[in-house]
Design a protein around this ligand. Sequence first.
Ligand SMILES: NC(=O)c1ccc[n+]([C@@H]2O[C@H](COP(=O)([O-])OP(=O)(O)OC[C@H]3O[C@@H](n4cnc5c(N)ncnc54)[C@H](OP(=O)(O)O)[C@@H]3O)[C@@H](O)[C@H]2O)c1
Length: 247
Amino acid sequence: MDSLASQIAVVTGAGRGIGRAIALKFAHAGADVVCISRNPDNCGKVAAEIVALGRHAWPVALDVSDAGAVEAAAGKILADCGRVDVLVNNAGVTRDGLLMRLDEAEWDTVMDTNLKGAFLMTKAFTRAFVKQRGGRIIVISSVIGLIGNPGQANYAASKAGLIGFTKSVARELASRGITANIIAPGFIETDMTSELSEELKATVLRQIPMGRFGSVDEIAEAALFLAGPAARYITGQVLTVDGGMVM
Ligand SMILES: NC(=O)c1ccc[n+]([C@@H]2O[C@H](COP(=O)([O-])OP(=O)(O)OC[C@H]3O[C@@H](n4cnc5c(N)ncnc54)[C@H](OP(=O)(O)O)[C@@H]3O)[C@@H](O)[C@H]2O)c1
């Protein structure tokens, strides 16, 4: 099923975890993919996997919180690829700590990467989307942005901020044929969650009606749906993919 045939997608945080799964899922669906991560080895490896599938891929080492670098990279991506059809803002980090111990640098790093990064990337491609009268913007938030979590005030604020940001973008760009939607994953098995203690994992599992963590592929399936033709009349929505954790 080539639901993204001849489409070009940009995926941030594509070097590992959920972003890697989305980049590969899109390539399997026929898309060519710009793979962005900070570490050039990580995005380079994923780009090579996509080329092995017979698609084009462009690895781009970029810090999405660096305004100048994002602007320069977006210009080069548009020049090299000719167009971009789908943007997935997935890059994200955690710097956990209880509020009384949370320092300014931990707040800033999380807000700059998760929230400002999505703003910079979306802004950088919006003119092209408007010009071509179409585009799909997908933003990876988190259930933590919906319900909060002790020790993650910075992360929850960034993820809740992404929801308000994306809904505003959806309203601004709907008349141009551009959709903007949010995926709020629950607990997914990646590097980000592998650091959790067994005790915390057991506590989290008790809150998931389906009784298991999600897989990166289950988030990639949701992204593929939102990027594909079946989702053309859906915008400004939060799609929670969490085994029933938040309902
Ligand atoms: N895992 C979960 O349970 C879960 C649940 C809800 C939401 N999410 C969200 O899903 C997204 C992906 O999570 P994940 O678990 O796949 O994370 P991950 O395994 O830690 O991978 C994060 C990716 O983001 C990239 N990245 C981080 N900071 C960046 C920056 N400043 N500029 C460019 N790229 C940057 C990393 O680049 P490098 O490869 O170069 O390090 C890496 O490729 C995040 O937004 C996260 O908040 C995850």
